[in-house]
Design a protein around this ligand. Structure first.
Ligand code: AR6
Length: 183
């Protein structure tokens, strides 16, 4: 298994699947969600609309994820995951964020995906503090090696996030690669 840390826009990554930081409505939004729908085109939104109608009439619950095609993205598929909104830390935010990563890995494993790219879920519009979200993301992934894809990229949008991911991985003694040249 290979772990990558990469700074940039998740919509440019050519992987089996990229993860969207979505919301329960699956109807799009800002941040990663906005970028994925903008670059991926209307096919993704249409698939989301049908999923919402047929499978999640009450919305996709927080901590869970679902799959659409990648539309016009370089990635083949999009895993739409709903992270928790930060409400101060006493509303099960940590376990919901953990469920998110666990369910993403499980879905990727079921579908046989070899490479996935994951943003720092909940740390933008949902305001989860990055210093707390980063170790959860990394440890949850490491704890589920049985579902580990061959390659996983932690995608960071800014230097602060990238530094945090690298520092956390180093502290845990986990080796990783920078960039995705060979991805
Ligand atoms: N590529 C990679 N990372 C990004 C990108 C990008 N193009 N854009 C932002 N980030 P966010 P959330 C980083 O807000 O907090 C939407 O409206 C960003 O810096 O995308 O889970 C949805 O519809 C941050 O570190 O997701 C939901 O309503 C991280 O990605 C809500 O926002 C996540 O930021 C979800 O909020």
């Amino acid at each position: 298994m290979e772990i990558y840390v990469w700074k940039g826009d998740i919509t440019s990554i050519q992987a089996d699947a990229v993860v969207n930081a979505a919301n329960s409505s699956l109807m799009g939004g800002g941040g990663v969600d906005g970028a994925i729908h903008r670059v991926g085109g209307p096919k993704i939104a249409e698939e989301c609309r049908i999923l919402k109608l047929k499978k999640y009439p009450n919305g996709l619950p927080t901590g869970q994820c679902t799959l659409t095609s990648g539309g016009q993205l370089p990635a083949k598929y999009v895993i739409h995951a709903v992270g928790p909104v930060w409400k101060g830390g006493e509303f099960w935010e940590a376990s919901l964020l953990e469920s998110c990563y666990k369910n993403i890995l499980q879905l990727a494993h079921e579908r046989g995906f070899e490479s996935i790219a994951v943003p720092s879920i909940s740390t933008g519009i949902f305001a989860y503090p990055k210093e707390q979200a980063t170790p959860i993301a990394i440890k949850t992934v490491l704890d589920h090696k049985e579902h580990f894809p061959r390659k996983i990229v932690f995608v960071c949008f800014d230097k602060e996030s990238k530094d945090l991911y690298e520092e956390t991985l180093k502290n845990l003694g986990v080796s990783f690669k920078e960039g995705i040249l060979s991805f």
